[in-house]
Design a protein around this ligand. Structure first.
Ligand code: ZN
Length: 463
């Protein structure tokens, strides 16, 4: 029997395990997609010597930092081809400008956008991404399959969501009626998405969650029935919640409740649920999220771009709620890099607190923690990914800190989070090398960029 062996040696290592174990200089050995051993010093000779037929890849990580691959828990990949528009709008104005363009997406545009956005995530240190897709134009084709094919082509672990909108303008919602679907169609398509694509296996490369879009674009019936369907199938639930003051006012006016109370009323609190944003939360709402194990996907750059506010991440963490990070859709966060969200999360917590005291804000290690194991918890995969520990999947990022941007920054984790986005020397997903020395091995980057440009021009010029 031959094995695929991947060895990283001589690297600083932040394992992000429960004890935050770090090694100044250590090694990681992965075998057939699983982490075999992580430790300090040199690779033990017994681990280095595999069977004669083993395929062994050895990467010298001198001057580099090895971390778990970053886990992105909120994105809208289709927006990769509608970037740079409505630059100065807040959420509702921004959405109103973009809905008519998004109503024209099809599987060609979504495929190009997903390949581009996922390739960019891979090149910037992300090994697992979720995607919240909720626009399904009638003649758009098989959009979920287009995204899932893109993730398989790029080689990222993927959590697709069958999103949805059911409350159009004629029912008091924000989206135009031509962007929304009927509840029974949505539920049928949700079951089909689960049956076709959801893999519950430990090493699954694709899972599916259900994701009605946001309080101002869905009906109560859709929220309730989606929760029932997800739970009957053992899949997770995701939506936007508590993003803006406008959303809170909408919930108070429409339901007579805050967004978290509304979520509770339709069965949407639980350890199988994670919300994107969670910016505007009362103390009582934070307690409810923590008590029920409901997760938050913190998207600090998008919140800044749209002026949504800063999420109370330190308070959520102190209360014990799961917190991960997300880049959010590329139309409200054009840079689309998870590694930047680490720093942005840390900075945002300090802007919110008005100081940089560790007990009230985030430090570099907490930022890395929420960007890895925190995200894994949002996706229900904390036993499989999110930290470098024996028996977990070999999803890892090796950051090159030898260049001008980082070489003299004290502390490698500090260099990664406080410094500029570090080049990725190696990115592996389940032990498979996807990026090596900054180069994407699974696709032609120039061709991806060309496809995205063509799709973007077609969508935007059709206005
Ligand atoms: Zn979003």
């Amino acid at each position: 029997m031959s094995s695929q062996v991947l060895i990283v040696e001589n690297a600083a290592i932040a394992t992000v395990d429960a004890c935050d174990t770090e090694y100044e200089r250590g090694y990681l050995v992965a075998r057939d997609g699983l982490i075999d051993k992580v430790g300090p010093g040199n690779v033990p000779a017994a681990l280095r010597q595999g069977g004669p037929a083993d395929q062994v890849t050895v990467v010298d990580g001198a001057g580099c930092l090895l971390t778990p691959g970053l886990v992105n828990t909120h994105h809208h990949l289709y927006q990769w081809v509608t970037r740079g528009l409505a630059q100065d709008e807040a959420l509702f104005g921004w959405l109103t400008r973009l809905y008519p363009i998004w109503a024209r997406i099809d599987e060609t545009a979504v495929g190009a956008a997903a390949r581009g956005g996922l390739a960019w995530l891979a090149k910037t240190g992300c090994t697992t991404s979720s995607d919240h897709h909720y626009v399904f134009p009638r003649r758009g084709g098989d959009l979920l399959a287009a995204e899932i094919d893109a993730a398989a082509a790029i080689g990222l672990r993927f959590h697709a969501t069958r999103g949805s909108m059911s409350r159009g303008r004629s029912q008091g919602g924000l989206p135009p009626d031509e962007c929304v679907e009927k509840v029974d169609e949505i539920l049928r398509a949700s079951q089909e998405a689960i049956d076709r694509f959801h893999d519950p296996a430990f090493d699954a490369m694709c899972r599916v969650a259900l994701a009605p879009c946001s309080p101002f674009s869905v009906t109560d019936e859709l929220m309730r029935l989606s929760a029932e369907l997800a739970r009957a199938n053992g899949v997770r639930l995701h939506t936007h919640l508590c993003e803006t003051v406008d959303e809170e006012e909408f919930c108070l006016a429409t339901h007579g409740m805050t967004p978290v109370d509304y979520a509770e009323s339709v069965g949407w609190l639980g350890d199988d649920v994670w919300f994107a944003h969670a910016v505007h939360l009362s103390d009582a709402a934070i307690k409810k999220m923590a008590a029920t194990g409901t997760g938050a996907a913190h998207c600090p750059s998008s919140n800044a771009r749209l002026g949504a506010g800063h999420a109370p991440i330190r308070a959520l963490l102190n209360a014990g709620a799961p917190v991960g990070l997300g880049v959010d859709g590329a139309a409200s966060q054009e840079s689309g890099m998870m590694v930047e969200e680490l720093r942005q999360a840390m900075y945002t917590s300090r802007l919110r607190a008005g100081n940089s005291r560790a007990e009230e804000t985030l430090g570099a290690r907490t930022a890395l923690r929420i960007g890895t194991i925190g995200g894994a918890r949002n996706l229900g995969r904390q036993d499989e990914i999110g930290s470098l520990e024996a028996g977990k999947l070999a999803d890892l990022a090796l950051w090159d800190l030898t260049g001008l941007g980082h070489a003299d920054i004290a502390d490698p984790v500090g260099a990664l989070v406080f410094g500029p986005p570090a080049p990725v020397k190696l990115l592996a997903v389940g032990g498979r090398v996807v990026v090596r020395d900054g180069e994407l091995l699974t696709a032609d980057e120039a061709a991806l960029a060309r496809d995205c440009r063509v799709a973007a021009r077609k969508l935007v010029s059709a206005r």
